[in-house]
Every structure is written in structure tokens, then in C-alpha cells.
Design a protein around this ligand. Sequence first.
Ligand code: PLP
Length: 354
Amino acid sequence: MEIKIQLTDCPKQKTKDSELGFGKVFTDHMFTMDWDKENGWHDAQIIPFGDISLSPACNVFHYSQETFEGLKAYRTPDGHIQLFRPEENFKRLNNSNKRLAMPEVDIDFCIEALKKLVEIDQEWVPYSEGHSLYVRPFCIATEPNLGAHNTSMVKFLIILSPVGAYYASGLNPVNIYVEPRYVRAVRGGTGFAKTGGNYAASMLAQEEAAAQGFSQVLWLDGVEQKYIEEVGAMNVFFVLGDEVVTPELRGSILPGITRKSVIEILKHWGYKVSERRITVDELMEAYKEGKFTEMFGSGTAAVISPVGLLRYKDYDMTLSDGKIGELSQKLYDALTAIQWGKAEDPFGWTVKVC
Ligand SMILES: *Cc1c(COP(=O)(O)O)cnc(C)c1O
């Protein structure tokens, strides 16, 4: 399929890197393509970034038929721009689309479209240390029909947003609280899919945690509420003695690409990594025995997020003296060096754009 390109007549003024924050500023262009039952995917185009017009009856507004992805483009010291494991994101988008009963996309075509888009908007990739261009591909069901049946029309878009360094003043430990009441997902549901509905269902718990001074909630499984699942938009890892543990993927957890990369790096370094079920009780026991020493989250936005305090009901676990754990720092340094092209990429994870 050919991509029609229409460049903007009025490029926007760029925001200063120091004022970027996350996800509020958008570049000059976006990619869109449409799908319907008769024609499949068609009308691939790169057009000026702007509002889109949709019928208020579109399925997505009423029944949340939506999927999304998140990845980044980085500016390297030798003046190139690169992506981190984009193929993994489009593979995951297809898994999400299958679950949400939407059509799959052609992975190679989407990577080419993304490269073209980033190349056109390359001046929007920030130059400052720790800054990057966040990439948000997403699919929405666009058939104007209130009938609660599967959609016959889908729109796929990619929008780009220059973002600041997640940790403006260096890596910082966060406080997390184990959510005792609400659940995020259950096996057989949509937990493994990156879809807006999972987030809508978690906003209230997030708000209540924030009111108590916690930055995120740690979700327990939706059936017995005793097995650890993940944090809001991050997977989690625990250092227990000489074992690094992360909850195994059983259908209710989002299979993070950062999670996968952390596991691969740790194995490469010779660590003992286990993907297994782990209960909050096991964590508390290990903490009492002095074996649970470090915890961190993994996700595209923050890369590695060290946890300084974990609370379950009335029990507080202080980790790494409330500071950045040794392994968290080591992983953060290794991953960010590969992503920003400051170190060799022995795994072949980066893809050059231009
Ligand atoms: C996106 C996301 C993650 C992290 O995935 P990465 O591919 O590492 O960015 C973890 N949990 C949830 C719920 C997510 O939506």
C-alpha cells in the first residue's frame, strides 16, 4: 500500500525541552489509515496533525473498542534517530486487536509508516539529555452504530509527542500501595491487551492511592486477591535473596516489552530470573527474613522505576533504605544506554530511522 503524504503549510512553534512534560505537545504530522469489511486496510496517509471528525455514534465512544501502543524514538550522540523494538509493539497491537475483535495490521508496513512519519517530524525529537519522542499508535472502532455488535469500520492512527526526562532530577524511588479492594483484570478478560478499558477501570483506585500519598497501586489477581500482578502501567520485579522474581504471564498481566528486555538482560548477566506466581504473603515473609531487598517497575515511560516503600494494608516494607536499589540503577543505566545509542546494542533491539 502506498502512503499518501500531505505536509503542513504552517509548522508549529516548538515547545522548549524544559517545558515538555508528558503527552501534552504533539508534532506537525500524524499517520492514519482506515479499515472496513469490504476494502480491508486502505487510505494510508501522513497528514498535518489535527482534530478528526467522527460520528458521535461510533462504537468506540459507547463500548470502548480501542487498543493502543507506546514506544519511543531516541536521538543518538552520532546524530541519528532510532526506535526501540518497534516490531514487538506492533505484534502486541495485533494481539490486543484480536482480543478486542478488531483486524490485525501488517507489522512491516506499520514500521515503515512509523519510520517515514518520524523522519518527516525528525526535528521534533528532542536534543536534551533523557528526552525522547513518544510514539502512540492506536486503533478505534468507528462504525456509527449503537448496536452492541462487532464493528465493521476501524481507524488506525499514529501520533507523536516529544516528552521530557521522566525523572527530571535523576532516578527517584516511588511509594506504592497494594490495592486491597479493586481489581484490574481477570484471566479470560482483557488484562493482557493494551486497551483503554483497563485504564478506565483503574482510575478510581489510582485516585484513592494518590490521595494517600502513593504514586501507584500494585494490583493483586482478580480471583483470590493474593497473587501479585502489576502496577498501573508497569510490570514489577522483586529481588528475593539471589532470585529476581516477576509475575508470570497468565493472561491478566500486560506483557511489557521493557519487562521482556529486563529479563533478557538479567539472564545475559547471569542472574537467576524466575517468572512465577508470587503472593503478597510471600513478599511479607521474605521481608521479615531480610531477603526481600529491592523492587522496581518496568515500562516504556520510566524505563525502570525503583520502589522505596511498599504498603499492604497496615504493613510497610521499606526497600533499599528508601533509595535507588543497586540492580534498579544498573538496569536503568544499561537499558537507557542502548535506547539512546550510547552503548553497543548486543541484542539488536534498536532500529534506525534516519
Ligand atoms: C504499557 C503497559 C506496561 C508496560 O509495557 P512496556 O511495553 O514495557 O511499555 C505495563 N502494564 C500496563 C498495564 C501497560 O499498559
